[in-house]
Design a protein around this ligand. Structure first.
Ligand SMILES: Nc1ncnc2c1ncn2[C@@H]1O[C@H](COP(=O)(O)OP(=O)(O)OP(=O)(O)O)[C@@H](O)[C@H]1O
Ligand SMILES: [Mg+2]
Length: 327
């Protein structure tokens, strides 16, 4: 089966100025990422702030152009941003991001905004749009009688539901969700995530779900990719990642998720400075914080290799332990 979306060796470099008068220096925000998502599948992307998650999400949709590498959607190369082909494709791939107030127009009722993709992509005559909007509102847990409200007349959770309804209006094949519940009250987060999961399953939508919050990702992702300074360091099914993380960074992330009834002893605490994309350490970028680091880790960048249970990991130490013995 052809993946719905497939990225090969994506690279995105930004020029970042250090200090007010400093010379710009290159930051490899996304540094050789390959991934694929099958139709109807949810891929979670996790990692600390600055690891390149949002940049990768935008690249998957062609909003940020890849400087190196390729993105293919349904087997076809991603068209150039704003080209007619790209605009047409946007009906099939939608973005939901963190701040619903920024995503919505304050002067327009939510019904009109939910109907926007139907207008833009000329999917439906006006007289039928009302029914479709009511259907979408019900699907995301809004009441159709709230249709005439303006964004500020809704709660944060309701606003994000409206944004999701709008994203679903054109019956997309792919949703890229960038921290979609991070701005919401913790008590609301689970409700919205469960609603998203139900909709995704019911409609067979594939999802790339970006979050720094592993609890949320665990709840929704089939597979999880862990990013560290622009690279994927481990990828596996959600079950494998949370049951038996292998990369030392994944281990630390997973063990920082509180589990009810489980004591805090034995947790791996992340040591050292959080990653600074402007000064990437040599070799394995994680080595300054890694409890297992050896000489090779300081000098050689580890490849992302298969490491059992359908997992890939980029770690010299882990690879050494699991590599098959040469005959
Ligand atoms: N438009 C831009 N111009 C310059 N640098 C950028 C730009 N966008 C992102 N970066 C840099 O690229 C790196 C990755 O940023 P990105 O926003 O993708 O990270 P992230 O994982 O989404 O972080 P967060 O969890 O904080 O949202 C960071 O170092 C960031 O400063
Ligand atoms: Mg981000």
């Amino acid at each position: 089966m052809t993946p719905l979306i497939e990225a090969n060796n994506l690279v995105r470099v930004y020029q970042m100025r250090r200090g007010l008068f400093g010379r710009p220096s290159p930051v490899r925000a996304v540094d050789g990422v390959s991934l694929s998502v099958m139709p109807g599948e949810t891929l979670g992307i996790v990692g600390e702030s600055g690891s390149g998650k949002s940049t990768l999400g935008r690249m998957l949709l062609g909003i940020d152009a890849a400087q190196e590498g390729t993105v293919r959607f349904q087997g076809q190369p991603m068209p150039a941003l704003h080209s007619p082909e790209w605009r047409a494709l946007r009906a099939k791939m939608q973005l939901v991001f963190q701040d619903p107030l920024a995503a919505l127009d304050r002067r327009v009722t939510i019904a009109r905004q939910i109907a926007e993709p139907l207008e833009i992509h000329r999917l439906m005559p006006r007289q039928h749009q009302g029914d479709r909007v009511a259907e979408l509102m019900r699907a995301v847990g809004l009441r159709p009688d709230q249709a005439g409200r303006y964004p500020h007349e809704l709660s944060g959770g309701q606003r994000q539901r409206a944004v999701i309804a709008r994203a679903l209006a054109s019956r997309p094949k792919l949703l890229v969700c960038d921290e979609p519940v991070s701005a919401l009250d913790v008590s609301i987060q689970a409700q919205v995530v469960n609603m998203m999961r139900d909709l995704q399953e019911k409609n067979g939508i594939a999802m790339v779900f970006i979050s720094h919050d592993l609890k949320v990702v665990r709840n929704i992702a089939d597979r999880v990719a862990v990013m560290y300074l622009g690279r994927i360091v481990e990828e596996a099914s959600s079950d494998v990642i949370f049951r038996a993380p292998q990369h030392p960074y994944t281990k630390a992330l997973v063990s920082s998720v509180p589990v009810p009834g489980k004591p805090l002893e034995g947790r791996v605490i992340l040591q050292g400075e959080p990653p600074n994309p402007a000064s990437r350490p040599s070799g394995c970028a994680f080595h300054p914080r890694c409890p297992l680091a050896r000489d090779i880790c300081r000098s050689v960048v580890p490849d992302l290799l298969e490491a059992g249970e359908g997992r890939t990991a980029a770690c010299h130490v882990v690879a050494g332990e699991t590599a098959p013995v040469a005959a």
